[in-house]
Design a protein around this ligand. Structure first.
Ligand code: NAD
Length: 475
């Protein structure tokens, strides 16, 4: 083990362990503007050293049995649990998400759940053929060193989604978190590394240049990328010369279709959280809601009622369940898209009109009705707390609108008739279609995008296989 398993009593103790006291890059709390801490500024030279160390450590890690690597991942989950509150407080301060609701404590809990579930999967060789003509077996070997590049919205959880299956399969990992949320991931890795052998897991707090160098690096065998579609395309290009394996979890603009027989009151709260989880800053959040004309006004009213009961504010205040946008750039995108919607004459049910001059990147919870399908707030990914609600008259029209974009991460269908909902679900071009819920992920159930939302799968045994090199043994 690289360090004795340590428990950090507070986020301040964690920060002291990961961040320089002076220098580095200042990271500010998006809710208050206060200094959270200083992130080390790792460079491409640090990347070279990390890749060499990870490469040297990989054969030893791969020589352990699956059971031994699983035990290490379970120990890492124990370490996360032992430090859960300090991690959640730091995450809340850096990312902005509240401690409560489906936010910071939930995210840290998901880290340990994903580590444990990934540790528990069986991955036996598959016998493909066994007859008088011979035998063929499929094995999954480690790839080598995996590079993982992540976003700022769920920085800890998405890092675990990448590192847990990679490690379990016998790879070593070099992680490059978003420059907006490095402290959360540095702290998480500090805790996880207390349960792992030295040099198996590295983290570099660098910018886009480090991400670019990682995705073009000759000694990196695979990139796990979660982030925007535009960056995904850049990584695909820079990985081409080394024919790297890639898993691309990219942007989405998920549609939800409410069928005319749905019960507006009973679905309203799940619709709300489908859209506003993590204050809308979620890849597979509901970002465009299509509601049949027969129940349109009822759904609009029920959603407005739920929205009025969800407090937004500073994350460390236990009452809040919605927080700020994580950064000014994202705040500006949301503000511009809502402005485009209101300029077009769409109806504001609640929100819009942010208060000027307040600290923090808070944008009010916003519901916009009577909006056209080609409005930018519908057609572009808002990634924030603003939901457009579009009226439709026929299911064919709703399906066509849902399928009308180049992305297809998730989608949902809402109905009291499960069979009718399943029929509509089958017609939607998305990696996951939920029925009467939206965005629920499970470490046992594969997740991935359709169309320009990416390729490759995460989670489940199918996800593990994407971190291995398939090898056929035939005799
Ligand atoms: P982003 O693409 O701007 O940045 C993601 C990461 O890529 C960062 O670590 C960044 O430093 C790095 N990077 C930037 N340019 C790079 C380059 N040329 N080469 C290599 N790395 C580079 O994304 P973001 O703004 O942090 O995240 C928001 C986006 O992520 C949204 O579009 C959202 O839908 C998507 N997302 C998708 C999933 C999913 O599972 N599909 C999950 C979360 C977020």
């Amino acid at each position: 083990m690289s360090n004795a398993a340590t428990t950090f009593a507070t986020d301040t103790e964690l920060l002291t362990a990961i961040a320089p006291a002076t220098g580095g890059r200042e990271i500010f709390d998006p809710a208050t503007g206060e200094l959270v801490g200083r992130a080390p500024e790792h460079t491409t030279a640090d990347l070279e050293a990390a890749v060499i160390a990870a490469r040297e450590a990989q054969p030893g890690w791969a020589s352990l049995s699956h059971a031994e690597r699983s035990a290490a991942l379970n120990a890492a989950a124990d370490a996360v649990d032992a430090n859960a509150e300090a991690l959640a407080v730091l995450l809340s301060r850096e990312q902005g998400k509240p401690l409560n609701g489906p936010n910071a404590r939930f995210e840290v809990g998901a880290c340990s759940a994903w580590l444990r579930t990934t540790a528990g999967f069986e991955l036996e060789p598959e016998i493909l053929v066994d007859d008088e003509g011979g035998k063929a077996e499929m094995h999954y070997r480690p790839l080598g060193v995996v590079g993982a590049i992540g976003p700022w919205n769920w920085p800890m959880m998405i890092s675990v989604w990448q590192l847990a299956p990679a490690l379990r399969m016998g790879n070593t990992v070099v992680l490059k978190p978003s420059e907006y949320t490095p402290l959360s991931v540095l702290a998480l890795v500090k805790v996880i590394n207390s349960a792992l052998p030295e040099n198996v897991l590295h983290v570099l707090s660098g910018g886009r240049d480090v991400g670019e160098a990682l995705s073009g690096h000759a000694d990196i065998d695979k990139i796990m990328f979660t982030g925007s579609t535009a960056t995904g395309k850049a990584i695909i290009r820079s990985s081409a010369d080394t024919v790297k394996r890639l898993t691309m979890e990219l942007g989405g603009n998920d549609a939800g279709i409410v069928l005319p027989d749905a019960d507006a009151q009973s679905i309203a709260e799940d619709l709300f959280w489908g859209a506003f989880i993590n204050t809308g800053q979620t890849c597979a959040a509901l970002k465009r809601l299509y509601v049949h004309e027969d129940i349109y006004e009822e759904v609009c009213a029920a959603l407005t009622d739920v929205a009025s009961k969800m407090p937004m504010g500073v994350g460390l205040d236990e009452a809040n369940v919605l927080g700020p946008l994580q950064n000014k750039a994202q705040y500006d995108i949301v503000a511009e898209l809502v402005q485009a919607a209101t300029d077009s004459g769409a109806r504001v049910l609640t929100g819009a009109n942010p208060v000027a001059g307040q600290p923090g990147f808070f944008y009010p919870t916003t519901l916009i009705a009577d909006i056209e399908n080609d409005n930018p707030l519908v057609a572009q990914e808002q990634f924030g707390p603003a939901l457009p609600i579009i009226k439709y008259s026929s299911v064919d029209e709703a399906v066509a609108m849902a399928n009308g974009l180049e992305v297809g991460l998730g989608a949902s269908v809402w109905s009291s008739d499960l069979e009718a909902a399943r029929e509509v679900a089958a017609r939607i071009q998305a990696g996951t279609v939920w029925i009467n819920k939206h965005g629920a992920v499970d470490p046992r159930v594969p997740f991935g995008g359709a169309k320009q939302s990416g390729y490759g799968l995460e989670f489940g045994v199918a996800g593990l296989k994407h971190l291995g090199q398939p090898q056929v043994i035939s005799y």
